[in-house]
Design a protein around this ligand. Sequence first.
Ligand code: ATP
Ligand SMILES: O=c1ccn([C@@H]2O[C@H](COP(=O)(O)O)[C@@H](O)[C@H]2O)c(=O)[nH]1
Length: 236
Amino acid sequence: MPAHKRILLKLSGEALMGDDAFGINRATIVRIVREIQEVTQLGVEVAVVIGGGNIFRGVAGGSVGMDRATADYMGMLATVMNALALADTMRQEGMTARVMSAIGIEQVVEPYVRPKALQYLEEGKVVIFGAGTGNPFFTTDTAAALRGAEIGAEIVLKATKVDGVYTADPKKDPSATRYSRLSFDEAITKNLQVLDATAFALCRDQKLPIRVFSIFKPGALKAVVMGHDEGTLVHV
Ligand SMILES: Nc1ncnc2c1ncn2[C@@H]1O[C@H](COP(=O)(O)OP(=O)(O)OP(=O)(O)O)[C@@H](O)[C@H]1O
Ligand SMILES: O=c1ccn([C@@H]2O[C@H](COP(=O)(O)O)[C@@H](O)[C@H]2O)c(=O)[nH]1
C-alpha cells in the first residue's frame, strides 16, 4: 500500500540533462517518466512541478546585465519547455498528462485553473505545472510548495541531484553529512540551500512535509511513495 494518496513531485530541470551539458537527455527523461508511471500504477495521484535549470536560470551567468524580472520570465518559459517534453514523453509511454501554465500562453498549454487541476488528478491524469509560480523573484521550489498546498498534496517530494539534505552543500563540502530528518525551523535557521527559504516557510506554515531524495537512484521515487526511509524528511 502506498503511504500517500496524492503527491506533488518537484523534478529538477538539471536532472533531465543526464550526462549532457544542457537540455534534455532522451534516455534520462524516459527513465524518469517510467518511474512516475510505476507510482501512478499504484493508484497514487501525481502532480509535477518541473524546474528549468537545464535550459535557463534567471540568476545565472547568461543573464548577467539583464533586468532580473525579464531573466526570470525566460526561466519560467524554460520550465514550460520541460513540462511539454515531460508530458509528451508520458504520452509516448501510454500515460495521460496535462500541462498547466502559471503564465498565459494559451496557444501552447492551458492556463492553471485549480478546480481543473483537481479534476484531472481525480481522473488519474498526471498534472504538470509549468512556469513556476508565474512571478519573477521566485523559484520552482516555491511553486512546488504553493501548488502542493493548493491541491491538498500530502507531501512534496523533491527529486534532485543529491540524495537528501546535508549539513552543508555536499557538492562543495565533502565532509557534509546527511540528515535522515530535520525540522523546517532547523532548515531555515541553518540556511540549508537545498530548497529556498520561501519554499521551506510555506510548507512549514501549511504543515506540508517535504522529502528530498535523489532522482538518479533507480527505484527511489517508488520507495518514497511506499513510505520507506529514503533521503531526508523535512517536517514541522
Ligand atoms: N544543505 C544542502 N543539502 C543538500 N543539497 C544542498 C545543500 N545546500 C545546497 N545544496 C545544493 O542544492 C542543489 C539542489 O537544488 P537546486 O535548486 O540547485 O536544484 P533543483 O531545484 O533541484 O533543480 P533545477 O533548478 O535544476 O531545476 C543540490 O544540487 C545541492 O548541490
Ligand atoms: O516561480 C518562478 C519559478 C521560476 N522562475 C525562474 O525560472 C528559473 C528556473 O527555475 P528553477 O527553480 O531555478 O529551476 C529560475 O531561476 C527563475 O529565473 C521564476 O522567476 N519564478
